[in-house]
Design a protein around this ligand. Sequence first.
Ligand SMILES: *Cc1c(COP(=O)(O)O)cnc(C)c1O
Length: 359
Amino acid sequence: MFRVEPHANPVTAQERSARLAQPGFGRVFTDHMAVIRYNTQDGWHDATIQPRGPLMLDPAAAVLHYAQEIFEGLKAYRLVDGTTALFRPDANARRFRWSAERLAMAQLPEALFIESIERLVEIDRDWMPEIEGGSLYLRPFMFASETFLGVKPSSEYLYIVIASAAGAYFKGDGRAGITLWLSEHFTRAAPGGTGAAKCGGNYAASLQAQDEAIRNGCDQVVFLDAVERRWVEELGGMNIFFVMDDGTLVTPPLSGTILPGITRDSLITLARAGGMIVREEPYSLDQWRADSASGRLVEAFACGTAAVVTPIGKVRSRDGEFVIGNGMAGQMTERLRAELVAVQRGSAPDPNGWVHRLF
Ligand SMILES: *Cc1c(COP(=O)(O)O)cnc(C)c1O
């Protein structure tokens, strides 16, 4: 299905290893990209693996005006036996279709989504960083490319996958807890809105709050629900879990205003398989503060593909701050992270068939 146009002047091996020594996140890109076009007449067509480069876009392209755009994020990484693998790409493919549906966009067949990623990882396999925790971060995305200023779902879309070499997401050893800024003015998503879709618009709406977080010396912002401003929802780009002193895990339910994270789902599955109780139920800010003070809440962590599992140490707001546990990664956080990473890296059994081996 894919036509392959290899890059005529790929980055030299020497330059590539220099860039891969400390890739950071989201700055070091590979030589190629996968592209598939869609229009209502021809459906999905023109699938290619081609040199990565700038796009030609008409200034009236619908995405530039009405933000019809969605994306995904997943990693290709090395298993302990040296095989290159993806983690649950079928779940990303399914979520990409749901996001497309919510944004009134064409739905890419799941097999084509997975094949586009497989082909890109294969051709750019030399870009896998060999450093500890290194991976190839894959960013599939799709946007409205019709040249038209009328407000309606576009009749043309461009689907693209780019790949970026990645080291660890947060600096440090991953044991120090991050500090969250509690957003009181801004909300991220409202009932009936696009909170459950992975779309750029949700991020655009979160940036002012994220900026406020940084100005207040915090790492990330945590959002409350838009109706009562009372229930904890999620961070700008990660889901959240609470660990109680009896070992129970609590995480906000998929009410339509939070993103159904694949890491979230994987952790719930692993925790339940390990005999833990996981409650998907609303948890309020007041309860969070009270439980942190009383010691009923012992740990909290954020999770997502990029950062995996990240301990939350403190929550800061205009009224002051509170500390969770001792402000460091707790036992349960460490245990769940280790269990998930072990499955991902192929060093623990994979009863759910999550690891998708490539080559
Ligand atoms: C992508 C994303 C997550 C995490 O989802 P994963 O599938 O675990 O990577 C959480 N929240 C938001 C807003 C996201 O965009």
